[in-house]
Design a protein. Structure first.
Length: 224
């Protein structure tokens, strides 16, 4: 068991705070990917329900395939790049792609465009278990990694109830609103901008934690 002093030192780590921001951001994007955007394609862009069901199945298969593919790519890059450089690519680049996909969604007026951006988001989402923060967390502190995962994963669950509330709060539009269709679409754009902002916070949290406390980012699984 951890002593109180060592427990305090664990939970006060800067990178842990960053992970507690990054994982909820990722989970919100994942919720957005599999639940909100298909709903948007149906309600706003007019996609058929059967198409949406098929799309969800396709996205799940794509994420599973890309997770395997990115794991292979990570294994190869890990032998070519510096330890942290390789992992930062898998943690930060996907968030940039998510921001691009979310902003692009706000301008999308066709089902094809929506599916394209959704596919980009799904591919980026598949990197989480392929060298991203879970890998970094283990390699920084193998002994306490399970305990630390339980902390930032707990924060990650916040997105499960914040996501639907946020979507409803931002997109709900009174049917009597003048020029209802335009206003409703505009509110969806605001929602996508908000999620893009959350994704940016995850990106900045990881980057900031490294610059604030670079000595925490050390691979302690290597021997010798």
């Amino acid at each position: 068991a951890q002593s109180p002093a060592s427990m305090r030192s664990l939970i006060c780590r800067v990178y842990l705070l960053a992970f507690c921001i990054y994982i909820p951001a990722y989970n919100l994007i994942y919720f957005n990917l599999l639940n909100v955007v298909p709903f948007y394609l149906n309600k706003v862009l007019g996609a058929e329900p059967l198409f949406i069901s098929s799309l969800n199945i396709g996205l799940s298969v794509l994420i599973a395939f890309c997770t395997l593919a990115f794991s292979y790519v990570f294994h190869k890059l890990d032998n070519l790049l510096a330890w942290l450089e390789c992992r930062m690519i898998f943690a930060l680049l996907p968030m940039v792609l998510q921001i691009i996909a979310l902003i692009a969604l706000s301008f999308t007026t066709t089902i094809t465009g929506g599916v394209f951006n959704l596919t980009l988001s799904a591919i980026a989402a598949a990197t989480l278990f392929s060298g991203s923060v879970y890998t970094i967390n283990y390699e920084i502190d193998p002994k306490n990694s399970a305990f630390l995962v339980s902390i930032f994963n707990s924060f990650g669950q916040i997105s499960g109830f914040v996501g639907p509330i946020m979507m409803a709060a931002i997109t709900t539009t009174n049917p009597d609103t003048p020029d209802y269709d335009t206003v409703y679409r505009q509110r969806w754009a605001y929602f996508f901008y908000t999620v893009a902002g959350v994704a940016a916070s995850g990106f900045l949290a990881i980057l900031g934690a490294y610059f604030v406390k670079p000595d925490e980012w050390v691979n302690r699984t290597k021997k010798g």
